[in-house]
Design a protein around this ligand. Structure first.
Ligand SMILES: Cc1ncc(COP(=O)(O)O)c(C=O)c1O
Length: 402
């Protein structure tokens, strides 16, 4: 039974007495109810964070300053350094050329990496595909840089021919290209081999950043995303609350050949100001550390495999009931024509321009998929959508071969 607490009234801070417990109960109850049908967004829900939240959740953990600093109050910086090391190792990032930190999320990671690239070449044009996350053009505006949109193919992958044309038109200027590993709508992975080749042909300097918010960890676990000398990639950002399922938004940004501290040393914090924000969430670092310590590479690889199996099952089931669904071979995301309103009222999907998706993140169950497919099967038949070109059966390899 749904409870009828009026949230706007109950949370009005001008009222003399507020029933805090009732409001919190209401929020948890609503979240529990919607969780069962919330299958359109990429947060894993299979991990248990109780221990960290119970032990650390009631204190301030503020990793202010550079994670490598040992000055000031340590908070969870040791755990943050361990997280950075684990992710950098996973990406085969050279031990003598790595810098990074636990950020507030993918947007801050993109800002930090693109700021580092732009600092090197302030006249560089920043190229990004029309399927890139909205944070990328936002970061370009924040930096006061010139952005160059590049067309995406119907399946969400960058159109490399158009990239080459756009680069050729701007030969005189250095280029920063943002590739995406796991686009927001279709989980397409841009081929950094193609992009690097286009950059190498470009007359002026070229920098390649990969926004790997969703697919960074799963692809790296498969050895398909690397930040080594052969990759031609200079920086990568990864979300913490997506595949690694932290209950608070966060991310990891890793940058090669990082220029020495651009900020000055701050006397009162006894740390270097190298990060986008000053105060940073130490609880997020502890939560990330916990999922890595608990599952390790093998555990997380298993989670990715199970989730991809469920995504394949979902695609088959949808096609079997006449809904033309498809997915990239490595993807958790299943793309389908937008279901009718009555289905979307119950199931929280992501929808854009007649296309919707559900994402089989770890924690989504066969039961949820079966219930969704049954609801779709009894709804009106889909309107046909243009199918993307046939995808290869192997995952695209987002790194340059040596
Ligand atoms: C490809 C991509 N990049 C960046 C982001 C932004 O991440 P955040 O919301 O953590 O800032 C997202 C979020 O969905 C994303 O899908």
């Amino acid at each position: 039974m749904r409870h009828t607490l009026n949230l706007a009234d109950a949370t009005d801070l001008s009222r003399p007495a507020i029933d805090v417990a009732a409001v919190l109960d209401h929020l948890v109850r609503e979240a529990d109810i919607t969780a069962a049908t919330s299958i359109g967004f990429p947060g894993a829900v299979d991990l248990d964070h109780t221990e960290v939240m119970t032990r650390l959740g009631n204190r301030l953990w503020n990793n202010i300053g550079d994670p490598a600093d040992t000055g000031g109050v340590a908070h969870t910086r040791a755990l943050e350094r361990a997280v950075i090391t684990w992710v950098a190792d996973l990406l085969a990032m050279p031990a003598d050329d790595r810098w990074g930190y636990v950020s507030s999320g993918g947007t801050e990671g993109n800002l930090s990496a693109l700021h580092a690239a732009h600092r090197r070449d302030p006249t560089a044009r920043i190229y990004y595909s029309t399927a890139a996350h909205y944070s990328v053009p936002k970061v370009v505006r924040l930096l006061g840089a010139q952005g160059v949109p590049v067309k995406a193919q119907p399946d969400g992958e960058m159109d490399y021919t158009h990239l080459a044309i756009q680069l050729r038109r701007r030969r005189r200027w250095p280029a920063i290209v943002v590739a995406t590993a796991g686009t927001t709508m279709t989980e397409a992975v841009d081929d950094t081999g193609h992009i690097r080749a286009a950059l190498d042909e470009h007359g002026a300097a070229g920098y390649l950043h990969v926004d790997a918010a969703l697919s960074g960890i799963p692809l790296a676990l498969d050895g398909l995303l690397r930040l080594d000398d052969t990759s031609g990639i200079s920086s990568i950002t990864i979300s913490g609350h997506k595949f690694l399922g932290t209950p608070t938004p966060c991310g990891v940004v890793l940058i090669r050949d990082h220029l020495p501290t651009h900020g000055s040393r701050v006397a009162y914090t006894a740390t270097a100001d190298t990060t986008v924000t000053g105060s940073r969430c130490g609880l997020a670092a502890a939560l990330l550390w916990n999922t890595i310590a608990t599952y390790g590479r093998e555990g997380h690889r298993w989670r990715a495999t199970q989730a991809r199996r469920l995504a394949a099952y979902t695609t088959d089931r949808l096609n079997a009931v006449g809904w033309p669904a498809w997915r990239h071979p490595h993807a958790f995301t299943v793309v389908l024509p937008t279901p009718p309103k009555q289905v979307r009222k119950k199931w929280l999907l992501a929808t854009d321009s007649g296309t919707s998706h559900l994402i089989c993140m770890p924690g989504v169950t066969h039961g949820q998929v079966d219930a969704f497919v049954a609801d779709l099967a009894s709804a009106a038949p889909p309107r046909p959508i243009p199918r993307p070109r046939q995808r290869p059966q192997h995952a695209p390899i987002p790194s340059r071969t040596p």
